[in-house]
Design a protein. Structure first.
Length: 599
């Protein structure tokens, strides 16, 4: 960069300086009539037994590299171009080999730009690939430009940070544009007439060829825009959803209010928490004050006393778990949410709130998600390489979340690395990786398209932690129970399920569900995704259809009905049924899932 005598930056004029550009592709056909007069440089790099074998011969037999070289030469004019042939008999390529080839180029060459028109949607050694791309950018000031795959998915290295990913978008302008996000260089999809191998000329289109044009665009920017690297530094800072509850990782003691449905899973599974719950509180009007939890919830082995929130002790706790307060506030006329948060704020106590809270309370965390947290990527979806288990149901209140917790507990005990996306607001309290609360009073503020992208984004974040499998589950039923009112619609749950796109599906049912509903749910679940329903879990409570009719009390399902249901379900659907209250049966189901995924 030249400076004038006053120290101000002069107009950059690099026309006489040649950019050094590398192409990683299938080589070049130097005998093509349109290229014969050009001085074409290059070599071939092949990975053999873990080592790089270099040869001077780089003749293209596929055509792709010839086209890319022609376009880059056309759009950059007189710049220096060097070709690395890495494709030989076909365009198939192992991404692990790309890491080795990039390492070799890093150690032996210096380039301003590297053009890569290849990629993978399920990359191996992604962290290694990210690191080498970062080293090129920071240590050598080399800009890597890579094409996304043509069908619309996220692919690598285009999606790597410190790489400019190129994609053709129909709404883009004719000129290439540079922008922040996962997709950095976009242009309108177009046809190119290029030299080829067989035939000698070809008409092509796709991200690979737009990538060549984008390389020409960045080449010009490097020559004439002295601020390019500053602009790229900003472009590579992608906004993402961050976990604000960092204090949760070190918290030791918590109190809970109110003692409602969402809190029952905490009381029933305290051994899965990384902290101690020292107090459970509820309102005096509830009729359960001074009772043991095990008295109120007979199936829960927890003898802690439910105490009156009016006498709450805020001493010796790290944080307050504040569940949904709307109902207890209606019952008493007291704004418990803001009252308790105010008390905690006075004492510098953190709050984990299930409901949205006024952000002036800076020590409150709510597991919400809004459009500002969705990373812009033109609808491109991350392909998740780990198998995903999703638990769905025919209705609400069937133990779907209990089943997710049970699977988590048993898999962790067995030594599996488990990733998990919860749909209950308390999910992160159990150490799950992310929470997407879809149920009662959901804080999720997204349209349907954003919801798909957000769920996929969360799964990608979980996948990047390298678990062996991922567990999640929906809420309510997958299908509406009635068409008479919009309140029965299950669109949000269907969109969440489609965003998950599971490999294995477990269906929860009620003992009184008719076979038609079960069958429709199975067909819908398998039709919406590539997943397979391989187990049905039955809730233990049946309806007493005696003189009370359909509004009768809940009773435990009889052994006779269990046997009948298991037989009928297997005969109709070829799927085994398991009881949710029998751990031995759930262990069999989990073993079946593991064996299925191992096939």
């Amino acid at each position: 960069m030249r400076l004038c005598s006053e120290g101000r930056e002069r107009h950059i004029y690099y026309k006489e300086e040649k950019m050094r550009i590398a192409i990683i592709d299938s080589g070049v056909d130097k005998n093509n009539n349109h290229l014969k007069k050009l001085d074409i440089q290059g070599c071939s790099l092949r990975v053999c037994d873990g080592c790089i074998e270099k040869k001077d011969e780089f003749s293209d037999i596929l055509g792709h590299g010839t086209a890319i070289f022609y376009l880059i030469n056309k759009f950059t004019k007189s710049d220096y171009i060097y070709n690395f042939k890495v494709f030989f008999d076909d365009m198939d390529f192992k991404m692990t080999e790309l890491n080795q080839i990039l390492d070799y180029i890093y150690s032996n060459y210096n380039f301003d730009i590297i053009n890569i028109s290849l990629g993978a949607i399920y990359p191996e050694n992604l962290n290694s690939l990210e690191n080498i791309c970062k080293n090129f950018y920071y240590n050598k000031k080399t800009i890597i430009i890579a094409a996304f795959e043509n069908y619309g998915a996220i692919s690598y290295p285009a999606a790597c940070n410190y790489v400019l990913g190129v994609s053709a978008e129909n709404h883009a302008g004719n000129a290439i544009s540079l922008q922040k996000g996962v997709v950095n260089l976009i242009g309108r999809e177009k046809y190119y007439r290029v030299p080829w191998v067989n035939p000698e000329y070809n008409i092509v289109k796709g991200n690979s060829f737009l990538c060549a044009e984008a390389t020409g665009f960045i080449c010009k920017q490097l020559k004439y825009n002295s601020n390019l690297f500053s602009e790229l530094n900003d472009i590579f800072k992608i906004n993402s959803f961050t976990d604000e509850a960092l204090w949760l990782k070190t918290a030791k003691r918590a109190a809970v209010f109110p003692f409602n449905k969402e809190i029952h899973s905490i009381a029933a599974n305290e051994e899965m928490l990384a902290f101690e719950v020292v107090k459970y509180y509820h309102i005096r009007q509830s009729g359960i004050i001074n009772k043991k939890i095990s008295q109120f919830l007979p199936h829960v082995k927890n003898d802690k006393i439910i105490e009156n929130i009016d006498c709450a002790d805020y001493n010796n706790i790290d944080f307050m778990i504040l569940g949904h307060c709307e109902e207890v506030s209606k019952m008493t006329g007291i704004d418990y949410k803001n009252t308790i948060i105010s008390e905690c704020s006075k004492r510098n106590i953190n709050v984990y709130s299930f409901d949205k809270v006024d952000r002036r309370y800076n020590k409150v965390y709510t597991p919400d998600f809004s459009s500002k947290n969705v990373i812009h990527r033109y609808g491109k979806m991350y392909m998740i390489r780990q198998p995903i288990i999703c638990i769905i149901g025919t209705s609400s209140s069937q133990g779907k979340y209990t089943l997710q917790l049970y699977f988590r507990k048993r898999l962790l005990e067995t030594g599996y690395r488990v990733g998990q996306l919860g749909t209950e607001p308390e999910s992160m309290l159990f150490g799950m990786d992310a929470t997407f609360p879809l149920g009662y009073n959901s804080p999720i503020d997204l349209n349907y398209t954003e919801m798909l992208l957000a769920v996929n984004q969360m799964l990608h974040k979980i996948s990047s932690k390298d678990p062996e499998l991922i567990i999640t589950g929906s809420q309510a039923g997958l299908l509406p129970i009635d068409q008479s009112n919009i309140k029965y619609a299950t669109i949000r749950h269907q969109i969440f399920f489609q965003g998950i796109c599971p490999d294995v599906i477990v269906l929860c049912i009620n003992p009184y569900d008719n076979m038609e509903i079960i069958g429709k749910t199975i067909m819908t679940a398998e039709g919406m995704t590539n997943g397979k329903v391989i187990g049905i879990v039955c809730f233990a409570m049946d309806v007493d259809y005696s003189w009370r009719g359909a509004y009768g009390n809940r009773v435990h399902i009889t052994d006779i009905k269990i046997k009948t249901l298991k037989s009928e379900i297997y005969l109709r659907f070829g799927i085994e049924m398991y009881m949710i209250d029998k751990s031995s049966e759930l262990d069999l189901l989990l073993r079946h899932i593991i064996d299925y995924l191992a096939e």
